[in-house]
Design a protein around this ligand. Structure first.
Ligand code: HEM
Length: 132
């Protein structure tokens, strides 16, 4: 395996298939991350690291307030009425950063090379009751 720094911060590649593992086993036992660290399986199902580059498929169109809301309240896309961020994104510790620290991180993310990539949506756990 080789580390591909050209894809840094761009999240789970949209065309990469879901992890080939026994999901029932891992969802019941704890947490597993794939070797590229972009897919995570646990009791919540599967989460995929998000594209946080400056591209419009990442945080390119976000405002600073959106980023603060995303990290402070754990809200997907920094929207008040969106779903909660899934593990292992550690927003509940990052939310303790000062406004100045979070704004500095956001300014850095805005300065990154734009990489176009839409990560796959989260997947519910295999044990979740089927929706009607
Ligand atoms: C300073 C470091 C970090 C920053 C600035 C950051 C930023 C973000 C942002 C802004 C999102 C939301 C993206 C969106 O709503 O489209 C996100 C999602 C995510 N992050 Fe982080 N993150 C950091 C560290 C981490 C770490 C250490 C992990 C894993 C160990 C992680 C895993 C994830 C995952 C899995 C998601 C997707 C969650 C979901 O779809 O519900 N992040 N991150």
């Amino acid at each position: 395996m080789e580390f591909d720094s050209s894809l840094l911060l761009s999240g789970h590649p949209s065309k990469m298939p879901p992890p080939d593992i026994d999901r029932k086993l891992f969802e019941s036992k704890g947490l597993i991350g794939t070797n590229d660290l972009t897919s995570w399986v646990g009791p919540w199902g599967i989460s995929y690291t998000a594209n946080i580059t400056s591209d419009e498929t990442g945080i390119g169109n976000w405002t600073e307030d959106q980023f603060l809301l995303c990290i402070r309240e754990g809200k997907w896309k920094g929207q008040k009425n969106s779903r909660s961020l899934m593990p292992p994104m550690p927003w509940f510790t990052y939310r303790l950063m000062t406004d100045g620290e979070l704004k500095a991180i956001f300014a850095y993310l805005k300065s990154t090379k734009p990489i176009q990539n839409i990560e796959p949506p989260i997947v519910p756990p295999v044990s979740a009751p089927h929706q009607q």
